[in-house]
Ligand binder design. Structure first.
Ligand SMILES: [Zn+2]
Length: 321
């Protein structure tokens, strides 16, 4: 454990040759956020205290009990703005089967106008996590220039800013988890677009994209699915907003302010994000080698405002396998 910094430096030097990276830069003490204890003793956790090698017995707040049959393998100490945390890795000798692709399918479309749209017609608005604290943050950051570098006051102010940032992060993460559980609750299969959100984050709405945290949400969604035994799959993202989910016709590109999908072929009308999520669901189903059986999924589509229900249309039954 004590060799950790040396090991990091060693990889930095190796990466210089291996990956053609530059000479390792000096890193201030604030850069070191976490370190790991690769081995832990048996029974290192007694009540509310944990025995860490070199450090000895440290008291901590136990957020949850160690489940029966699990052994503590590693412990990582993480420093956040709100305090020090210990992340404990557990090991248990069981096989967890991967969820299989069965059950009720739901497609999910992510976007900036509506954070999320499901093929069931559920629309979730995007909460502006940063916007609430943005004013406060600006104020504090402006004050930073008056503080002398390396001074105690500057350090205190920086901690204040960090705490504010952390609050935004925590709020966002909590919301992501709750939303993921809400969405996965009734599903057997979940399909999302395979998007690299890092590209989005470089685009026009980079601040908003980063504030929404799509990448984190997809990761959390996958984890929640696994935890609940729900099948999770990413599907091809191309043209999801340009295809009619009802009859598979290419309807052409929609303007950004056009929020409604209306198909010129079959007349199917719904919210554009809902249409996209239905396309995603259909793609997921056919990728799993299952036909898109309208009867199986029709009930969710009879929503207010959708006008034509799917069942009325006989053309929609054929779908590529
Ligand atoms: Zn159509």
């Amino acid at each position: 454990m004590l060799q950790q910094v040396l090991r990091k430096l060693e990889t930095a030097f190796l990466d210089m040759k291996r990956k053609g990276m530059g000479f390792p830069r000096f890193k201030s003490k604030y850069r070191m956020r976490s370190f790991v204890f690769p081995q832990m003793l048996k029974n290192c956790i007694q009540g509310n205290s944990i025995k860490l090698p070199q450090l000895g017995v440290v008291e901590f707040i136990k957020s949850r009990e160690i489940p029966n049959g699990f052994a503590v393998k590693q412990a990582r100490i993480v420093r956040k703005a709100s305090g020090y945390f210990v992340i404990i890795s557990l090991e248990c000798d069981v096989n967890v089967p991967e969820p299989v692709a069965t059950g009720y399918p739901i497609g999910i479309d992510l976007g900036l106008d509506q954070f999320l749209a499901t093929s069931e017609g559920k629309l979730i608005k995007r909460p502006k996590f940063l916007a609430v604290e943005h004013r406060k943050l600006k104020l504090l950051q402006r004050r930073l220039k008056n503080k002398k570098k390396g001074s105690n006051n500057r350090h205190k102010l920086n901690r204040k800013i960090a705490r504010l940032h952390q609050r935004v992060t925590d709020t966002r993460k909590d919301w992501h988890f709750k939303l993921a559980h809400e969405v996965v609750k009734d599903a057997g299969m979940i399909f999302v677009e395979d998007i690299d959100f890092r590209v989005w984050a470089k685009g026009m709405f980079c601040k908003h994209t980063l504030d929404a945290g799509f990448g984190q949400f997809v990761a959390i969604l996958a984890w929640v699915c696994w935890k609940r035994g729900v099948y999770f799959e990413k599907v091809n993202k191309d043209f999801t907003s340009q295809v009619c989910p009802n009859c598979d016709t290419h309807t052409g590109k929609k303007e950004l302010n056009n929020r409604v999908h209306t198909c010129p072929e079959c007349g199917y009308t719904t919210h554009r994000d809902v249409a996209a999520s239905q396309v995603i669901r259909n793609r997921g189903l056919s990728a799993e080698g299952r036909s898109v059986d309208i009867k199986e999924i029709a009930c969710g589509d009879g929503l207010a405002g959708t006008g034509n229900s799917l069942v009325k249309n006989p053309r929609s039954r054929k779908k590529k396998a």
